[in-house]
Design a protein around this ligand. Structure first.
Ligand SMILES: *[C@@H]1O[C@H](CO)[C@@H](O)[C@H](O)[C@H]1NC(C)=O
Ligand SMILES: *[C@@H]1O[C@H](CO)[C@@H](O)[C@H](O)[C@H]1NC(C)=O
Ligand SMILES: *[C@@H]1O[C@H](CO)[C@@H](O)[C@H](O)[C@H]1NC(C)=O
Ligand SMILES: *[C@@H]1O[C@H](CO)[C@@H](O)[C@H](O)[C@H]1NC(C)=O
Length: 281
């Protein structure tokens, strides 16, 4: 019963290219059927699609677009909120070739400014719940988080920096799940969705500054036993460090401080901030 609902569209990507938008050059939407804008139709191994009536009855041009919806979905609305004028009708499956088209540094820059929305988890939770041998939630949710973290770190390693992680909604209240529960919500599924949220919350907080202890460049314990000289060891990704060397903050931390000083609230800068100071003359 759940199988029909569970459409497995893992790692779908929708690149909404609008290079004119310098701040956010692209939004990548990685998700399951709730975020699919029709990419599914073009995947050779995909056999769960929605490109037929009555899907899309309320779509602006009455087309069946491949969305599991009467009209638009969250991916569409997010794209609009971020100023992308077109719906993600044109999409490209993110298959790694994008990086080859541009030089690596340009690609990293592009990816670091892009937004990555990830909307997965429902299928995993429901799939496990309905399997013949479900893994208890106390073990399953942490397992899920480990896999999730691995994928996030992969994205970080190619340059992604801005993530929007969509939690799992109370899937126990989906019609498909209520069907087997006399019309009631399945509490256990909703509990798992909540547990997933708090696990991801902790994970994301820890990913923000991956290393707040060690210097990026230096030698010895905490890389704090020598200055950053040509012979010192250099971390592979400075963006993940709070400290550059044994004394000084790395760029990301300095940027944060500058922004706070320039336009921060009184808790960071008092009695007025630097932008107000500039305005005073
Ligand atoms: C989709 O394909 C897989 C194997 O490729 C098959 O096991 C499954 O039953 C198919 N699902 C549907 C809904 O056709
Ligand atoms: C990736 O996309 C490019 C451009 O559309 C295409 O030529 C190539 O065959 C694709 N590669 C794979 C592995 O799907
Ligand atoms: C750092 O350690 C390496 C050996 O791991 C050594 O060759 C180098 O001279 C050291 N540099 C400093 C500045 O201590
Ligand atoms: C700090 O600067 C910003 C930008 O100029 C300004 O809008 C804001 O009101 C200031 N914040 C405070 C708390 O004064």
């Amino acid at each position: 019963m759940s199988k029909g609902f569970v459409s497995i569209v893992l790692a779908l990507a929708t690149g909404l290219l609008q290079l004119a938008n310098a701040e956010v050059p692209a939004i990548f939407i990685l998700g399951d059927s709730t975020a699919d804008v029709g990419t599914n139709n073009y995947l050779p191994d995909s056999n769960i699609t929605a490109n037929y009536p009555h899907n899309g009855v309320d779509f602006p041009f009455g087309r069946e677009t491949g969305r599991f919806s009467n009209g638009l979905n969250t991916a569409d609305f997010l794209a609009r909120l971020f100023g992308f004028k077109r719906s993600p009708l044109s999409f490209l499956a993110f298959n790694g070739t994008y990086g080859i088209k541009k030089r690596q540094s340009e690609t990293e820059e592009f990816l670091s400014k892009s937004l990555f929305f990830i909307s997965v988890g429902s299928n995993d939770i429901m799939g496990n719940y309905h399997s013949n041998y479900p893994i208890p939630k106390e073990q399953f949710i942490p397992k899920l988080a480990v896999v999730y973290e691995k994928h996030l770190r992969n994205l970080i390693s190619v340059g992604a920096r801005r993530f929007g992680i969509i939690g799992v909604p109370p899937v126990g209240c989906c019609p498909s799940q209520r069907l087997s529960a006399n019309g009631e919500c399945v509490k256990d599924l909703n509990d798992q969705a909540e547990a997933f949220f708090s696990t991801m919350d902790t994970l994301m907080r820890n990913l923000n500054f991956i290393d707040v202890k060690n210097a990026c460049c230096g030698n010895g314990t905490l890389k704090a036993e020598s200055f950053c000289t040509p012979s010192a060891k250099l971390c592979s990704n400075c963006h993940q460090y709070l400290f550059w060397d044994l004394f000084h903050p790395a760029q990301a931390a300095s940027k944060m401080v500058a922004f706070k000083v320039y336009s921060g609230e009184p808790e960071y800068v008092t009695p007025i901030n630097f932008s107000q100071l500039a305005d005073a003359y």
